[in-house]
Design a binder for this molecule. Sequence first.
Ligand code: ZN
Length: 357
Amino acid sequence: MECESPSDDPSAVSRFVELAADTVAPMARVKMHDGGKFGRHLVCEIALPGRKNSGQILALGHADTVWPLGTLRAMPFREAEGRLWGPGVLDMKAGIAFFIFAARALRELEIPVASKVLLQLNSDEEVGSISSRPLTEKNAAASKAVLVLEPGTGLAGKLKTARKGVGDFTIAVRGKAAHAGVDFGAGASAVLELARQIERVAGFTNQARGITVNPGVIAGGTRANVVAAEARAEVDIRILKLKDAALLERKFRSLRPFDKRCSVEVTGGLNRPPMERSAGIVKLFRTARKLARELGVEVEESLTGGASDGNFTAALGVPTLDGLGAAGEGAHAANESILVDRIADRTALIAKLLAAL
Ligand SMILES: [Zn+2]
């Protein structure tokens, strides 16, 4: 079955969500949630063997991908060189499939699961989870653990016990236009002012503390012979510790023009809080490592600069283990693929975690 689901095409994402809902329907109570301008979000309560008297586990994933409709023509789904290839296979349709097969295995083998198990698939993760965030936070807050089905790190499929937080700022500079030849002195260049501000904010980077500041987009000016009246920059920030968010926010807000004839306006802020490696997360990881050893597999943990919906759940203080999906490489890239010989143990690990927690 092939079904593309780019974030910006709500009907395509909803088609995929429908497909996932139909697949789990024989073993779950299924509920769709309106996604506004995005596709629908899916929450399923999975019927598993055992008495549900030990709290709730939330399995979390997303239905959307970064690939536009029609990508399958250039990047067909195929099996070759011991891998499955295709747009979204790693990030993160394999993780969804693994979870479904894990649930089926628990049912068929009648392995008791003491917790209530919810599966939530969001339709807007790749574009910031604005619509799904409240639903994620509500279900996470009622859970004792969150298992995120995003891919593991690298070909080893390392689990993710920490993720950086992400924010974005826009710096808008207003200067004073003038003819660059006739009236140079009357102008105040917004481009020059922005260049100085960029140098300053880039200096907020502190790699040892896990803080990076990346001015990724700049725009400004109209012609080379005009002193520029306007310029702007979009800046991506990543942080490891939540307390650094306030610190950076303060630094950005206190930017003042070098050239007093220019004005500087800063907007934006933190989008996703960091997933900090808490004691609860470490405990969850150690449980997973022990269960993986029973399967003859050694799993490691990793820190990533990329964010997921696990950032939101971890920030609520709910122990969150991320990266339980496929082992592979090339997320958001032309070589996106997963390792076939790791499908069985990754699926088994999800099943064992559901039964053990
Ligand atoms: Zn993802």
